[in-house]
Design a protein around this ligand. Structure first.
Ligand code: NDP
Length: 291
């Protein structure tokens, strides 16, 4: 049975440290870090993610601002709102919850965020700095994944890492961060030939696909570190016999946990760490703006 990398517990301990740090920062600078979150429309998943982010900000004791905008807001009005928050000196971090309604161009929205307040690390200038190896704001999910790998104490230098998924927000940046840890990195995707064989090579396997339980025990090298990024809701029958749903990752936990050396659960793995890294990024933006 694998060791569980408990993202919830790791998050809690990091947030406790941040709580103390924020008290010190307020004493030193006369105000707390402040995170602004823009949400457009009523997408239930987005609402739930945003609630989690505001709750975490409250937990660590930073200021937060939730800006709720209607589904039919024009792109121009959204960009004007972003410009307004960019100009507010008391706001240190700004994120716009994605996805946005189809009539709004997400690239233009991301490009409009002040790079000094880009707590998601999605601005093209931040992405360029990441790939150039310059100091930058790291995207939250990849940053959380690497923190979880670090927490195992396993040195991954020279080891083989396979990232399944090549999205801009998870797959590609996590591959770069693993490369920075001197892993030998392969990025796999929907066109990869013989994915099971590619995955079996991995000392570190990161699944960021969005397909429920697609990574099975036969795809995992014994002893590997397995990081499950996926968040998938699947139907289930509840204890009272009624129909419901439950969250599963991209990794079939019961089987894979018999083979892997380390594994992250879903829920309670990468999800909480993503939010915690957002808090850390907001503190970093605050400090950079105060310098
Ligand atoms: P995307 O849909 O943007 O990317 C999915 C990737 O998986 C693509 O690169 C795609 O390949 C690849 N893929 C799809 N099917 C297969 C397959 N059969 N075999 C191999 N590769 C495949 O997803 P995201 O990166 O945004 O998210 C991935 C998962 O992580 C989702 O479940 C999402 O909800 C979750 N997530 C969780 C977060 C957290 O905080 N825990 C944060 C962000 C995401 P191709 O490029 O060829 O199409």
């Amino acid at each position: 049975m694998s060791n569980i990398i408990d993202g919830k517990a790791l998050s809690l301990s990091l947030k406790e440290q941040m709580k103390e740090r924020i008290v010190e920062l307020e004493a030193q600078y006369g105000r707390k870090p402040c995170l602004a979150v823009i949400i457009v429309g009523d997408n239930p998943s987005s609402r739930s993610y945003v609630r989690g982010k505001i709750k975490a900000a409250e937990f660590v004791g930073m200021d937060s601002r939730l800006i709720e905008l209607p589904e039919d807001i024009s792109e121009q009005d959204l960009l004007a709102k972003i410009a307004e928050i960019n100009a507010e000196s008391a706001v240190d971090g700004l994120l716009v919850q994605l996805p946005l309604p189809g009539h709004i161009n997400e690239d233009r929205v991301i490009d409009a965020i002040d790079i000094a307040k880009d707590v998601d690390g999605f601005h093209p200038q931040n992405v360029a700095k990441l790939w150039l190896g310059r100091p930058c704001i790291l995207p939250c999910t990849p940053k959380g994944i690497v923190a979880m790998i670090d927490s195992t104490g396993v040195n991954i230098s020279g080891k083989k890492a396979v990232v399944v998924g090549r999205s801009n927000i998870v797959g590609k940046p996590v591959a770069k961060l693993l490369l920075d840890r001197n892993a030998t990195v392969t990025i796999a995707h929907s066109r990869t030939a013989d994915l099971p064989a590619v995955c079996r090579e991995a000392d570190v396997l990161v699944a960021a696909v969005g397909r429920p339980e697609m990574i099975t025990a036969d795809m995992v090298k014994p002893g590997a570190i397995v990081i499950d990024v996926g968040i998938n809701r699947i139907p289930c029958i509840k204890e009272d016999g009624s129909e419901g749903s439950r969250l599963v990752g991209d990794v079939q936990f019961p089987g894979v946990s018999e083979v892997a050396g380390w594994i992250t659960p879903v829920p309670g793995g990468v999800g909480p760490m993503t939010i915690t890294m957002l808090m850390q990024n907001t503190i970093e933006c605050f400090l950079a703006r105060m310098a």
